[in-house]
Design a binder for this molecule. Structure first.
Ligand code: ZN
Length: 160
């Protein structure tokens, strides 16, 4: 019960502090995995701020990870283009329009943040995030999923 109240309070404070910027954390590990296989975003977030935390110990050139969001159908093409772009470009092709949002590659203990507008996404489209380090995308990926409004009762009242 206390936990629920705290969570509700935190959501309320977050909404008050920054108009509808929703914060999500994704953890990446030395086991070449994202701890989170889905990224839940409330449909009433105007912007989503993703923080990637590399909880591992290995340096970026050994087990570095990034976070790249594209349409699900673009994942393999963007990953391949990134491979050619090389480490100097974080394995992301510079100016690749298919990349909706991305972080740089980070090593163990580091974190990187990226913010994007939810308005860039089509709710009917499927979106996947993946790690563009060579060979990682096969395992390191997850799906962006919409969840109901972060303030369900209010939104429901407004809608009807
Ligand atoms: Zn990775």
């Amino acid at each position: 019960m206390m936990k629920l109240m705290c969570a509700t309070g935190l959501i309320f404070l977050a909404r008050m502090a920054a108009a509808d910027v929703c914060h999500v954390t994704i953890e990446a590990t030395d086991q070449m995995r994202y701890e989170e296989q889905t990224l839940p975003v409330a449909s009433d977030c105007s912007e989503v701020e993703v923080t990637l935390r590399n909880t591992g110990r290995l340096p970026a050139n050994v087990m570095g990870h990034d976070w790249v969001l594209t349409k699900t159908s673009d994942v393999s093409a963007v990953a391949n283009a990134g491979m050619s772009a090389g480490a100097a470009n974080n394995y992301q092709k510079p100016g690749d329009q298919r990349i909706i949002a991305s972080t740089r590659i980070i090593g163990g203990g580091e974190r990187a943040t990226v913010r994007f507008s939810l308005g860039l996404l089509d709710p009917k489209e499927s979106y996947t995030y993946f790690c563009s380090a060579p060979g990682h995308a096969g395992i390191m990926k997850g799906r962006l999923v919409y969840k109901p409004s972060s303030a369900p009762s209010v939104a429901r009242n407004e809608a009807r």
